[in-house]
Design a binder for this molecule. Structure first.
Ligand SMILES: Nc1nc2c(ncn2[C@@H]2O[C@H](COP(=O)(O)O[C@H]3[C@@H](O)[C@H](n4cnc5c(=O)[nH]c(N)nc54)O[C@@H]3COP(=O)(O)O)[C@@H](O)[C@H]2O)c(=O)[nH]1
Length: 777
């Protein structure tokens, strides 16, 4: 760049040009004085000298005048030259400034531009041309529609207008499409003015801040992410905590100030071995990452399970510079999962494995047995008469027995064996590793089963109740995969039923023939469901006589007229009905039918003195049993005094208070009571005196061997004496022979029932018998 000095060039005369005319005139004046005529005349007397002086004076005048003229002309010429030089310098400065501007524009990494009021480009820098992909020359005089899509023009235009309207500089972020894609510019735009100071356009300097914006966005997202729901902590490479988020404080109870400068070791729960952390850090060092669950301790000491991710952050030198930890409290998830697992695989009452888990364990045991060729065994256990306890004492007491049973079972198996509860009173034991030989395995399984059977006979203390339980057990052996888990369970179940059939409180091994019996039982059960609806049930009547052979009443006995099997005796289906709960509708039907028959006889003028009806424990324990009886009497119109309800000793003893309460209520209606099967239970004189009984029935097992059996004879006599003493009528059932009847009569038995007089008969035949008996009197 050239330098243009502001001062003019030095004078050739050696003096400043402004002094030059003064000097000239000063010299002239001096010389003029010197050569004045008077002075010359005074100084020089001769003419020649005077002429010479006069001539010199003339020449001097000419020289001075010429010099003066020359000075004037020179001065004018010098001024013109100066002016020309100044103009030249100004033009040069202008050109320099233009070139400077162009150079700045073209070398700037920012896009620089200027537009007129109409938005036409006046200036467009090289960078502006590059990003828009347009030649600079082609853009000048054009507006933005040449450069940007229509959708982007409005914002640019609005910004431009604002700058011009405000007449001041503004900075905008403008996002436009360029050859580099969408680019965010930080555009500084200011007004341009014309010579009158009017806004005539605008200039702009636009800087590409796309990368910076992206970085800012990343940082913003990272900041949001850091403040997420997950606990976050950032540590130095040495583990010292540098930063934690709010969720960290919420989850751990530690404020940021409390943990900064410390290490995450302050969260240690003490539940993990050092090896756990060694493995964790080794993985982070090798893979830069670890994810998993660990127990942590909050500030308040409580523990929680954290699902933790640790990521190593490496610097440019690839060395770990930081660690980022993110964790969520998954304690409730894990608890819920554990609860779901517990519910899915464990019995909620006893916490023993349930059927699902047992089946799984059996499958595993089969696989183990397949490999080892060692036998295993399944023992299926069912408590005897558990339903009675449940029905009579309530579910709470029943549950206590199940819990106590579960505990005893666990005491008598090895840790490697499994005890499961399938439901109700059914338990299964899975024994493994019983040796190579079947016989040896059977002996071992039997020993365990026997030990358990014996253990269960020891009294259970259920609250205030001392309870004696027994159980029936079925055993099946297995070796390898010869049978499926389901089949084995079925076999053990079948064997258990065999044990029940054999009189309970015993054990049986599985025999394939048992399966048939089980299937029959299950068929019977489904048939029984239909029996009521299809009116296959009937009441038979068995006469009861006094010692004068006179009819004093009858017992209603249930029969099932099965379409294929014929007449099914109650001994075969009443226990099944009790187990399935069908006894409730069946028992209700019996009551109603008995009352209807009593009323029919009454209406026919053939009233029966008394009709005994059997009631099951489950039926009697129903809270609305009294109402059911009332309903049967009311709907039939039967006389309550003709109805006698037979209860058993065990029923009465199960809950004496409830029994008493119901008996008293029924007694108020006029109903009488007979105590059935007397002598077979825990005969207790104490309760006999408390209950509103009318009759004792000596169980037929004591009659069967009379009069020969001395024991039975004594028992029968005692019962008769006791009943008489209590003012109760005594009835002997199962009287089949005259000898029995005679013996009983000798000992003052008052009433009799048995095949000697008649079998239970259908109503029509019973009516005929009654007529015959009446005629005989
Ligand atoms: N809950 C209900 N139980 C009922 C009902 N009907 C009957 N039962 C009970 O079923 C058991 C078997 O009854 P059943 O096969 O009818 O046997 C009764 C008589 O047939 C039988 N009996 C009568 N005389 C003799 C005899 O001389 N010898 C002999 N071997 N058996 C004889 O005794 C049974 C009557 O017993 P009990 O009821 O104890 O008086 C039985 O337990 C019935 O209770 C019902 O409707 N509901």
């Amino acid at each position: 760049m050239k330098h243009h000095p502001a001062s003019p060039p030095p004078s050739r005369l050696g003096a400043p040009s402004s002094l030059r005319p003064v000097v000239i005139y000063a010299v002239f004046a001096a010389l003029w004085i010197l050569f004045s005529d008077q002075l010359v005349a005074m100084l020089f007397q001769d003419a020649a000298t005077l002429t010479l002086v006069s001539t010199l004076k003339g020449w001097l005048f000419v020289a001075v005048t010429s010099l003066l003229l020359y000075g004037l002309i020179y001065r004018q010429l010098d001024l013109a030259a100066q002016l020309a030089r100044r103009e030249q310098a100004a033009l040069q400065a202008q050109a320099d400034a233009q070139r400077l501007l162009t150079e700045i524009c073209d070398n700037s990494s920012d896009a620089i531009f200027a537009k007129d009021r109409q938005g036409r480009y006046l200036l467009f820098s090289r960078e502006a041309g590059r990003v828009t992909g347009q030649p600079v020359a082609g853009v000048l005089g054009q507006d933005d529609s040449l450069l940007f899509p229509a959708a982007e023009l409005a914002a640019i235009h609005a910004n431009d207008q604002r700058v011009m309207a405000d007449n001041r500089t503004h900075t905008y972020e403008e996002t436009v499409s360029t050859v580099d894609g969408k680019v965010v510019f930080l555009a500084t735009k200011g007004p341009l003015h014309d010579s009158q100071g009017q806004v005539c356009g605008l200039f702009g300097i636009a800087r590409d801040i796309t990368a910076r914006k992206a970085l800012e966005e990343e940082q913003r997202i990272a900041a949001i992410a850091f403040e997420s729901q997950e606990g976050m902590l950032l540590t130095q490479a040495d583990g010292v905590i540098m930063r934690v988020n709010r969720a960290f404080s919420l989850l751990t109870g530690y404020s940021a100030a409390e943990v900064l400068g410390r290490t995450p070791a302050l969260l240690k729960s003490g539940r993990h071995e050092p090896a756990f952390f060694d493995a964790m850090w080794q993985q982070i060092r090798e893979h830069g990452y670890w994810q998993g669950e660990l127990w942590n301790r909050r500030k308040n000491g409580s523990l929680f399970i954290a699902w933790l991710t640790i990521s190593a952050v490496r610097g440019e030198d690839q060395q770990i510079s930081h660690f980022v930890g993110a964790f969520a409290d998954v304690t409730s998830h894990r608890e819920a999962e554990a609860e779901i697992h517990r519910l899915a695989y464990y019995d909620p009452l006893t916490q023993l494995p349930n059927r699902r888990l047992l089946q799984d364990r059996i499958r595993q045991a089969l696989a183990t047995s397949q490999r080892s060729r060692h036998y295993g065994a399944l023992i299926f256990l069912d408590l005897d008469h558990f339903k009675n306890l449940n029905d009579t004492r309530g579910h709470n007491v029943g549950d206590q027995l199940l819990l106590a049973t579960a505990q005893r079972l666990q005491l008598h198996v090895r840790a490697s064996d499994s005890v499961a509860r399938l439901g109700g009173d059914e338990f299964v034991l899975l024994l493994e590793d019983l040796g190579h030989a079947a016989q040896e395995a059977a002996i071992q399984a039997e020993q365990v089963a026997e030990k358990i059977r014996t253990a269960l006979t020891l009294p259970f203390q259920l609250g205030e109740l001392t309870f004696h339980a027994t159980a029936s057990l079925g055993i099946t052996l297995f070796l390898g995969h010869s049978e499926s888990a389901e089949s084995l369970l079925k076999y053990a179940d079948v064997a258990m039923y065999q044990a029940k059939t054999a009189g309970r409180d015993t054990l049986r091994f599985y025999d394939p023939s048992m399966q048939t019996a089980l299937e029959e039982r299950s068929q019977l059960e489904s048939d029984l469901h239909l029996a009521l609806a299809d009116e296959q049930l009937q009441l038979y009547y068995q006469v009861q006589l006094n010692d004068q052979q006179q009819l004093i009443g009858a017992e209603a006995l249930l029969r099932w007229q099965h379409p294929q099997r014929g007449l099914v005796p109650p001994g075969q289906f009443i226990p099944l009905a009790e187990e399935t709960g069908l006894i409730l509708p069946i028992g209700q039907w019996v009551l109603q039918q008995a009352c209807r028959q009593l009323a029919a006889w009454q209406r026919a003028g053939n009233a029966l003195q008394q009709l005994s009806v059997n009631v099951s424990a489950r039926q009697f324990r129903q809270p609305d049993f009294v109402a059911q009886v009332e309903d049967a009497l009311a709907s039939s119109g039967a006389d309550p005094t003709q109805l006698m309800i037979e209860l058993t000793e065990s029923m009465v003893l199960d809950d004496v208070e409830d029994t008493l309460h119901k008996m008293q209520a029924l007694r108020r209606l006029g109903i009488s009571f007979s105590l059935d099967d007397f002598g077979t239970g825990n005969s207790s004189l104490a309760y006999l005196t408390r209950l509103p009984l009318d009759e004792l029935k000596i169980d037929k097992s004591f009659i069967l061997n009379l009069p020969h059996s001395r024991n039975d004879a004594i028992i029968a006599q005692t019962i008769i004496a006791m009943a008489t003493g209590l003012g109760l009528r005594v009835l002997a059932e199962g009287v089949e022979t005259r000898a029995q009847r005679d013996f009983l009569q000798q000992h003052h038995c008052q009433a009799y029932q048995g095949f000697l007089f008649s079998r239970p008969l259908p109503q029509a035949e019973f009516d005929q018998l009654r007529q015959q008996l009446a005629a005989a009197v």
